[in-house]
Design a protein around this ligand. Structure first.
Ligand SMILES: *[C@@H]1O[C@H](CO)[C@@H](O)[C@H](O)[C@H]1NC(C)=O
Length: 214
C-alpha cells in the first residue's frame, strides 16, 4: 500500500497582461501620478486622524529670561503635528501589496492579495508551488511598491507647500484628495483614479493560518 501524505502539485502562475510596454509585458505596472497622489492623501489623512484626537497643549517659542510667556498652542493645530504626521508617511506604503486580480488604482492595497492568500494556502496544505522566486521573497515588496514609496516621497517634496496650506487653512473643510490631488498636483493630468473604490474582496491583513493551527 502506498502512503501519500503530501499531494504534490506544480502550479505555474503567469500574470498575463495584454498591454504592450516592455515593463507591462513582465506584469509590472507602476503607479501613475493619480494613484500616487490618491494613496499619499489616504495615508496622510489616516495619520492625521490618529494624532487628531489628542487635546494636548504644547508650548512653543524660546523664553530665555522667562519674562515673556511661552506661546501655548493646541497640538491638533500645531506645526509639530504636521511634521510628525509627514515624517515617515511614505514608509507606510511598504504595508501595501499589489493585488493583481484588480487592475485599477485599488490594485494597491494593504494586506495580502487574494492570489497570494490562495498560494500560501496551497503551500500550507503541502502543495509545491513554483513562482520562479524563492519562497522567502514572496512577501517582500514588489518593484511597484518600492517605486510607489519613492514616487510618494517625490510628491511630498515637490508639493509640500500645498500640503502645508491645506493643513493650516483647509483641513476639515476640504479633503486632501480634492485639495492636493484633484485641484493642484493633477491639475493637467488624468484624475480618474480618485473616484475608484474597492469593490468585492478587500484582502485580508493576516496570512492564512498554518495547517496545524486550523
Ligand atoms: C506637484 O504639483 C504641481 C502642480 O501644482 C504638478 O505639476 C506636479 O506634477 C506635482 N508633483 C507631483 C510629483 O505630482
Amino acid at each position: 500500500m502506498v502512503l501519500v501524505d503530501k499531494l504534490i502539485f506544480f502550479v505555474l502562475i503567469s500574470f498575463v497582461y495584454s498591454n504592450t510596454s516592455p515593463e507591462e509585458e513582465q506584469g509590472v505596472k507602476y503607479a501613475n501620478k493619480c494613484e500616487v497622489c490618491k494613496i499619499l492623501a489616504i495615508e496622510l489623512e489616516s495619520r492625521l486622524d490618529e494624532t487628531g484626537k489628542s487635546s494636548d497643549i504644547i508650548e512653543t517659542g524660546y523664553s530665555v529670561d522667562d519674562v515673556k510667556p511661552k506661546k501655548k498652542k493646541e497640538y491638533k493645530k500645531s506645526e509639530l503635528r504636521l511634521i510628525e504626521s509627514l515624517d515617515g508617511v511614505c514608509n507606510r506604503i511598504l504595508e501595501y501589496n499589489i493585488h493583481k486580480e484588480r487592475d485599477d488604482s485599488t490594485r494597491f492595497a494593504k494586506g495580502m492579495s487574494q492570489t497570494f492568500q490562495t498560494l500560501h494556502g496551497l503551500v500550507d496544505k503541502g502543495v509545491k508551488v513554483e513562482l520562479g522566486i524563492p519562497y522567502e521573497l514572496w512577501d517582500s515588496p514588489s518593484a511597484e511598491i518600492t517605486k510607489l514609496k519613492t514616487q510618494c516621497e517625490t510628491l511630498l517634496e515637490e508639493n509640500e507647500s500645498d500640503i502645508e496650506n491645506w493643513y493650516f487653512n483647509h483641513q476639515g473643510k476640504e479633503s486632501l484628495k480634492k485639495y492636493l490631488c484633484q485641484d493642484r498636483a493633477l491639475k493637467n493630468d488624468d484624475k480618474a483614479c480618485l473616484a475608484e473604490q474597492k469593490k468585492g474582496d478587500t484582502g485580508k491583513t493576516k496570512k492564512p493560518k498554518k495547517k496545524n493551527e486550523l
